[in-house]
Design a protein around this ligand. Structure first.
Ligand code: 5GP
Length: 185
């Protein structure tokens, strides 16, 4: 019997450069699959249905929720995003390693169902660095700076539930750290 693939879930603070990190990583590891999510948001210029996302209506999404088709789903910025359970199960059963790049609430749902998956949280450089950068820019109000810092503090709390944390300070180093996590498996 074929050995099952392993599931990796990547989440992280917004604007932390998860996308760029994953793109570089997948260029080096073309055998690893990246799950394609369902979303109700509209495609951005250049995005293709079935490649970047499966773009779907709110009605169809809600029907799939009702029919229990999602491994996880969440609302983010007024739109729904979700991962179909059947796709994940099939891909792993075929022996492929699979990455889900999803927001935090979805990742927490996957922890319940796949406790043996690897959960990786991408963090920005330290709070002090972030604060210095925000102040250095001089474009942010004190209120905006405090809001941003407190959002990062609560993300730091949630990130403790993840099996791995990567600080995306230097992109090359971050890609190497991600590589080490996969090479261990
Ligand atoms: P964007 O609209 O910028 O492509 O994605 C917004 C957020 O939704 C990102 O944090 C992304 O990781 C997350 N996301 C994308 N697909 C899924 C999914 O299937 N489930 C969940 N929970 N989040 C997703």
């Amino acid at each position: 019997m074929k050995k099952n693939g392993k599931l990796f879930v990547i989440a992280g603070s917004s604007g932390v450069g998860k996308g760029t990190l994953l793109k570089l990583f997948l260029q080096k590891n073309p055998q690893i699959k990246l799950s394609i999510s369902y979303t109700t948001r509209s495609p951005r210029p250049g995005e293709i249905d079935g490649i970047n996302y499966f773009f779907t209506s709110k009605e169809d999404f809600q029907l799939a929720v009702k029919n229990n088709e999602f491994l996880e789903w969440a609302e983010f910025s007024g739109n729904y995003y979700g991962t179909k359970a059947s796709y994940v199960e099939k891909t792993l059963a075929e022996g492929h390693h699979l990455i889900l790049e999803i927001e935090t609430q979805g990742a927490l749902q996957v922890m319940e169902k796949f406790p043996n998956a690897e959960f990786i949280f991408i963090l920005p450089p330290s709070l002090q660095d972030l604060e210095a950068r925000l102040r250095g820019r001089g474009t942010e109000t004190e209120d905006a700076i405090q809001k941003r810092l407190s959002a990062v503090k609560s993300e730091l709390e949630v990130s403790k539930k993840f099996t791995h944390r990567i600080i995306n300070d230097n992109i090359e180093i971050a890609v190497d750290e991600l590589q080490k996590i996969f090479d261990k498996e």
